[in-house]
Ligand binder design. Structure first.
Ligand code: PMP
Length: 362
């Protein structure tokens, strides 16, 4: 017995977990600074933690129904949409799957950024789709605009764009997004991934859903709300095909605790503001103080050009600062450093600059 031919799909390579690395190095977790997965250095919203704790003691034996409805309604009110336009999912990853299920016939193609977030192509392949890529050019500082996509666009069913982009941190502006929405063929859905949207000063593309029915926008609670461990996100879609959700979602995939935590986190402005403010400070600090070229970032991380990324990331990890070697993104010369607390970020810069002085950039 064998699974179907999965050879076109590369396994997803996550940033290494803190317990995993601590075990390897014979250290305690709190001796390490983990800046490899764009997580929230302030942890989860305290209100969300309280909601989870309360709920856990009140019984988890029933399916998550009211919590899912309440979260959908709260998000719809936040964005001024109808409830049916919010597709709640287990992480933004879950929404990527729901969109693949809703849109792709077997053999149809999606267009994804290269470098870019690996799950767009994985999801397309899970749903018997094909994958083509558009290049973000290092020489052009990974700039993103309609022309960059349209140069490679060939009538694909889905075009994925990411703003702010992972791992480069570059973003789209409103004018270029509308230019893309208008330039693609009628059957093409443009998915704008705003997983890092809270850290950006650009307005959300959710505001465009009234005007464009070939748009879907991804959002998550994993980053600015600090709920990555609970797996909760959503997609905002136009009214025209919003009812597809009932046909494509995995029943009850967004669990009770995750929905309750997200509801509480939406009411915790202090945590959100602190998270965004720290990330904005840290990305400036990284750009100004690292002794290597960096890309201007609108997210909670910075891409740095270090030469031998593998050697730098390994040495950094040995010295207690876990960062992301971007070779798996196709950027062998770069590392991605997530924004930590002020203390963590300063420590990371000090450690990295020492390593960079030893490991000469190639
Ligand atoms: N989109 C991008 C660009 C991401 O970087 C990530 C996670 N790293 C996701 C989506 C998925 O986020 P979630 O945890 O909500 O599934």
């Amino acid at each position: 017995m064998q699974p179907r031919d999965l050879s076109a799909t590369n396994p997803y390579v996550p940033g290494r977990g803190i317990e995993e690395v601590a075990r390897d190095l014979g250290l305690e977790s709190d001796e390490l600074i983990k800046l490899s997965s764009n997580e929230n250095p302030h942890g989860s919203s305290p209100k969300a933690v309280e909601a989870v704790t309360d709920r856990a003691t009140q019984g988890l034996h029933v399916y998550p129904k009211a919590a899912h409805t309440d979260l959908t309604e709260k998000l719809a009110a936040k964005w001024n949409l109808a409830s049916e336009q919010i597709w709640v999912s287990p992480g933004a990853d879950g929404s990527i799957d729901y969109l693949s299920r809703a849109m792709l016939e077997p053999g149809q193609s999606v267009l994804v950024p290269d470098p870019g977030f690996a799950y767009y192509s994985m999801s397309a392949r899970h749903h018997h789709g094909e994958v083509a890529a558009y290049d973000l050019s290092k020489a052009d500082s990974f700039a993103q605009d309609a022309d960059v996509v349209l140069e490679s666009y060939d009538g694909e069913r889905i075009v994925h764009i990411t703003s702010p982009h992972n791992p480069t941190g570059t973003e789209w502006n409103r004018e270029e997004i509308t230019r893309l929405l208008e330039a693609v063929e009628d059957h093409t859905l443009v998915v704008v991934d705003e997983a890092y949207g809270e850290y950006s000063a650009e307005p959300s593309s959710i505001e465009l859903l009234d005007a464009y029915d070939n748009l879907a926008v991804l959002r998550t609670f994993s980053k600015a709300y600090g709920l990555a461990g609970l797996r909760i996100g959503y997609c905002a879609v136009p009214t025209e095909w919003a009812d597809a959700y009932g046909r494509v979602n995995t029943p009850f995939a967004a669990n009770e605790l995750a929905c309750r935590a997200a509801l509480a986190a939406l009411d915790d402005n202090d945590h959100l503001e602190q998270s965004v403010e720290t990330a904005r400070w840290a990305r400036e600090y990284l750009a100004e103080n690292l002794n290597v070229p960096t890309v201007e970032s609108a997210g909670n991380f910075v891409l740095a050009e270090v030469g031998d990324a593998e050697a730098v990331a390994e040495q950094s990890q040995r010295e207690g600062v876990i960062i992301r070697n971007c070779t798996s993104f196709g950027l062998a010369g770069c590392v991605r450093i997530s924004c930590g607390t002020r203390e963590e970020t300063k420590q990371a810069v000090e450690t990295l600059n020492e390593i960079l002085a030893e490991v000469a950039p190639t």
